[in-house]
Each structure stands twice: as C-alpha cells, then as structure tokens.
Design a protein around this ligand. Structure first.
Ligand SMILES: Cc1ncc(COP(=O)(O)O)c(C=O)c1O
Length: 328
C-alpha cells in the first residue's frame, strides 16, 4: 500500500500534499538484506517505476544488521528506509531506534514491517518513532487476508490513495471525486469485515495474556531452542545463536548433508510442524550460502517439553538419512 501510494505521489488528486513523497531518478530507497519479499519487491517495483535506486543494509555473519554500513548507505539521497522490526528467518529484533535516527537525520520516511514483532512483543510504534508500520493478521493468531497499517497522522494525510473505489469518497460527480481522510481514503471498496472481526479477537486474546508476558515466555523458550540446536552435531543455526541481541522464539537452521525439505518431512512424520524453504527471504538465504533452511517457530502456547521433543527429533535426522559424515 505504502509503496503504491508513494508511486502515486503528485499523480491524481491530493497532489500538492503528496509532492514531498515523490521519488525521482537519483533518489535512494534503502532496505535491508534480511527483508521478507513482502518488504522488498514493492520497493524494487517502485524503484523501477520512478528511477530511484534500491540500496540495502547488509547483514553481518552473526545475523545482526551492519549499522556502520547503514550509516554510510543512508545519506542525503535517501528518501525511504524500509526495514523489518524482526526478521522472519533470524528472529532477531532489529535496532529500530538507531535506524530511525539515521533516517530522520536525512529526512527520509521510515516504513517498518512489523509482521514478526506485532505477534511476539509489546509494540509502541509512536515511541519507536517510525512514520509507517504494517503487520498481518495471520501472523498473530488471526485470519488470513487482513492486516493493519499504522501511520503518523500527517504522513497518512499527505499520502495519496493507492486504490480507488466506493466508500472512500466525500462526493462524486461524473468528472471527479473527493476523498475522505485516512484511513477511509486507503480503503476503497468493500472491506474484509469478517477478517477484521477475527483480527480484533486475536488482538484481544493476545492483549489478555499481555504482550510483555508473551515476549518473556518466548525469550526463555527461544533460548532453549537456540542452545539446543547449537549443541547438535551438523546443525548450523543461521546467524550466531549466542549473539547479544533481543529475539523472538524462532530459529532457522541447516542440517549438513540433508535437504531442508527432507528434514521437514522427517519431523512431520513425528508430529512436528516446521517451515522449510527460503521463507520468502531468498536474498538472506543467499547471504548465508543456502537455498533453503528449516525454521522452528515458538509461540505463547509452546512448552519446554515441545522444544525438547523437537530437539530430540532433530538429533536423529542425520543418522536417519545416513548423512553423519557430511559437513555444512
Ligand atoms: C517479516 C514478514 N513480513 C511480511 C510478511 C508477509 O505478510 P503477508 O503475506 O500477509 O503480506 C511475512 C509473512 O508472511 C513476514 O514474516
């Protein structure tokens, strides 16, 4: 939505207010090497449409963002900095305050992908200082097909609509239409009402537990998961499991000599569900020399016993596939 809206800046109605967002050749859009394709491809397309250049903040071997590089990449040409709060592959909570400070110093718009933070930790978006942030219902125990966009009022007021239709207008003649203020101007057409009701129920469920409690539980479970995986021969966790960073309860790993899909099937046959593949983060997998990995994700309902059962099963993978001699 945001990338399309920026692409419409100066086009259509509301043009004067949106002019500051218009991109031109020579402008930079900055993302990170760890982005989910959902927060990468829209910017690639926007760059292609406007002539802006897409640049990225690299990921270090330990999985953290290279903030020294970020300080030289984010400069006076930078107009947008789009980054994930938490990587869906590494589970690492990124240093939002530092990234926002770099972006603010050059007047760039900050757009945060909160898909992996909204379900797992307490989000205070105004305190983080981002201009815009988005998250999806299906990542936070809610339904598919719905999500939320947060924005600072003056940014939402200035951005033009990205999709037009009914229910977003003040008045319409055969020649022109006037648009309602945000959020309605971004919600042309019939909205996914049932999904929105489901998302509200999911939010209430998580709120009742308390997001600080959710995060505290996941920190403990996640540490057990990372420490256990790191101790298994032939298992390589993406990023440094010992890195001094805040995390959600998630780990992606490679098993030497066994393809991720085989690991997934082996675990599935033991009643354990994991995600295998590139997790919509192909550039990050390329960064770690892989085409696929196995991802184990914990949540509020994951217990120590679940983790131990999982670790026990992973310990048996290489023997099962006769891959004990293989190296990573
Ligand atoms: C970090 C991150 N960003 C974006 C997405 C994409 O969300 P959606 O498929 O709802 O657009 C996901 C997961 O699907 C994700 O994990």
């Amino acid at each position: 939505l945001v990338a399309y809206s920026i692409g419409n800046a100066t086009a259509g109605r509301g043009a004067p207010a949106s002019a500051p967002f218009a991109l031109r050749p020579g402008d930079d859009i900055v993302v990170t090497e760890a982005e989910h394709h959902a927060n990468l491809i829209p910017w690639q397309e926007l760059a292609a449409r406007t002539g802006a250049v897409l640049r990225h903040i690299p990921v270090r071997d330990d999985g953290t963002l290279d903030l020294d590089a970020a300080a030289s990449i984010i400069g006076e040409r930078t107009r947008v900095v789009a980054f994930s709060h938490v990587s869906n592959v590494l589970g690492i909570v990124n240093p939002v305050t530092e990234i926002v400070a770099l972006a603010k110093a050059v007047g760039a718009l900050t757009v945060m992908d909160a898909c992996q933070s909204a379900p797992h930790l307490a989000l205070d978006l105004p305190a983080l200082g981002v201009d815009l942030a988005a998250f999806s219902g299906h990542k936070m125990l809610g339904p598919y097909g719905v999500g939320a966009l947060y924005g600072r009022t003056e940014v939402l007021e200035a951005l033009p609509p990205f999709l037009t239709g009914g229910s977003m207008v003040t008045t319409v003649t055969l020649d022109e239409a006037g648009f309602l203020p945000a959020p309605q101007k971004f919600e042309g057409g019939t909205q996914p009402v049932s999904q929105a009701i489901g998302l509200a129920a999911a939010a209430r469920y998580l709120d009742a537990i308390g997001m600080d409690a959710v995060h505290a539980h996941e920190r403990v479970i996640g540490r057990r998961l990372l420490t256990g995986l790191d101790a298994i021969d032939g298992v390589r966790v993406l990023g440094d499991p010992g890195a001094d960073v805040d995390r959600i309860g998630l780990a992606s790993f490679d098993v030497a000599g066994v393809h991720a899909h085989d690991v997934g099937q082996f675990l599935d046959s033991r009643g354990i569900a994991v995600r295998v593949g590139h997790h919509c983060a192909k550039p990050l997998h390329a960064r770690f020399g892989l085409t696929a990995s196995v991802r184990a994700s914990a949540s509020v309902f994951t217990t120590d016993d679940d983790i131990d059962r999982f670790l026990d099963a992973v310990s048996g993978v290489r023997a099962y596939f006769g891959a004990e001699g293989a190296t990573a």
